[in-house]
Design a protein around this ligand. Structure first.
Ligand code: UD1
Length: 429
């Protein structure tokens, strides 16, 4: 199994191109199920999750064709891929496929809206909490669907079509907002979703759906209004930049010191995380087509953070920020409010010499002067990237095992870091 080998101690200097967002790419690909026309997505990242979802969509009858192998004038490997769901051949998403990636559960929305029926396995995904699907069910039931759960499958029916409704989510959920928004595009009448997720990926999906002929307003705020239409057409849409990848590399530079331009991204996507980073003593400035992150000497200052739905500090950057705080000059408190079990990186960071204690949903991190390389292993995607950040400054060799977690969400991680001076390589045993 592959591992990432890091020899710590090098600064990062140069340019890191930011890829298209995984968390936007996945719902955008799923949106192709809503139309028999072609949806073309530019800037689609090459990631294991994208490949896995391509297989799942193929199972429903979606034809996939890759056009631009590499974008001109870009160091990234982004592709332009067309998805055509001319005929839906199967409205079942089986356990074998869905259990590998939680987001594939989201096909339930478009399948139900277009075909009037869907049978989708309860999901798997990262082991970061129980991650139920009650909010999806509440939302789809509000649109008139009959839903049953049988033998590990959610079976949804709306034989005479979905109907627009006013609905308020009891909790903010990115996935449930995506699904309800997609389903409501083809419902009869108007849907108003309150307490909707405001993440940029929700706005990106709405923008794409509108290009396909949907009538959505308010995406990016907590109230989204969708006027149902009878059918959607194809469109061409560019996937927005990955704010989590952006934040991860920004934290890596804060950790190692150096001067890096994160290219093709925008600070609007992660103001809260960048403000936090500034408070640690890192210079963060917007530059043309990107963000410049710079730390030259000086201590890393400790900062307390608490995760929150957008526009708050993202849970997907919590582990990476903890990685940075392990070397801060003092004590910081990091509170996780979104997922109940998202601290598995704590014991692995401790293997590198970090001093962290856990009390419920709050980790207290006492900065140390030095981390020491060690073999480590992560159980989820973002936690793995925290170990890479720590490994970049740890004395000696760190091996991050189970690289497949990183491959789910980071395109060309070792190439991007190596080009900026890090000593990082992939080793196949
Ligand atoms: C998405 C992101 C993930 C990110 C998360 C929170 C993708 C592919 N994944 O995941 O990277 O960490 O948002 O920003 O975009 N919940 C319920 N019932 C439900 C659904 C969710 O209780 O039916 C809970 C979850 O357990 C969690 C919280 O709501 O505690 C937020 O989860 P949600 O926003 O749905 O996360 P995802 O959409 O799965």
């Amino acid at each position: 199994m592959d591992r990432i080998k890091i020899i710590g101690g090098n600064e990062l200097n140069g340019i890191i191109p930011i890829s298209g967002a995984k968390n936007a790419a996945l719902p955008l690909m799923i949106a192709s199920l809503l139309t028999d026309d072609t949806l073309t997505l530019e800037n689609l990242p090459r990631l294991a999750d994208v490949e896995q979802l391509t297989r799942i969509l193929g199972n429903h009858g979606v034809d996939v064709s890759v056009s631009g192998r590499r974008e001109k004038q870009s160091q990234s490997y982004a592709r332009t891929v067309s998805f055509t769901a001319r005929h839906i051949v199967d409205t079942t998403a089986p356990y074998e496929l869905v259990s590998k990636m939680r987001a594939s559960f989201w096909v339930i929305g478009p399948l139900l809206a277009r075909m009037g029926t869907a049978k989708v396995s309860l999901p798997g995904g990262c082991a970061i909490g129980t991650r139920p699907v009650d909010l999806f069910i509440d939302g789809l039931e509000a649109l008139g669907a009959d839903i049953e759960i049988e033998n590990g499958y959610v079976i949804a029916n709306a034989k005479s079509g979905l109907k627009g409704a006013d609905f308020e989510f009891s909790k903010v959920s990115v996935g449930a907002t995506h699904v309800m928004m997609m389903a409501a595009t083809l419902a009869k009448g108007t849907t108003r979703i309150s307490n909707a997720a405001r993440e940029p990926e929700v706005s990106d999906l709405a923008k794409c759906l509108n290009a396909m002929g949907a009538k959505i307003s308010g995406a990016g705020t907590s109230v989204i209004t969708i006027e149902g239409v009878t059918s959607l057409s194809g469109a061409r849409h560019r996937v927005l930049p990955d704010r989590i990848e952006t934040g991860t590399y920004a934290m890596a530079v804060a950790m190692t010191g150096g001067d890096v331009v994160l290219a093709g991204t925008s600070s609007d996507l992660l103001n809260s995380a960048l403000d936090t980073l500034r408070t640690t003593g890192t210079e963060v400035t917007s530059v043309e087509n990107g963000i410049r992150v710079r730390r030259q000497g000086g201590d890393i200052q400790p900062v307390d953070v608490s995760t929150d739905p957008f526009p708050g500090f993202p849970t997907d950057l919590q582990a990476q920020f903890m990685g940075l705080m392990t070397m801060a000059n003092g004590v910081s408190k990091i509170t996780e409010t979104i997922f109940e079990n998202r601290f598995m990186h704590v014991q692995e960071l401790a293997r590198l010499g970090a001093n962290i204690s856990l009390d419920g949903q709050t980790a207290t991190v006492t900065g140390v002067k030095e981390l020491k390389g060690a073999p480590v292993m992560a159980t989820d995607l973002r936690a793995s990237s925290a170990l890479v950040i720590a490994g970049l400054v740890a004395d000696g060799e760190t091996n991050v095992n189970r690289v497949y977690h990183l491959d789910r969400g980071f395109e060309q991680l070792e190439e991007k870091l190596t080009r900026c001076g890090a000593n990082v390589s992939r080793v196949s045993d």
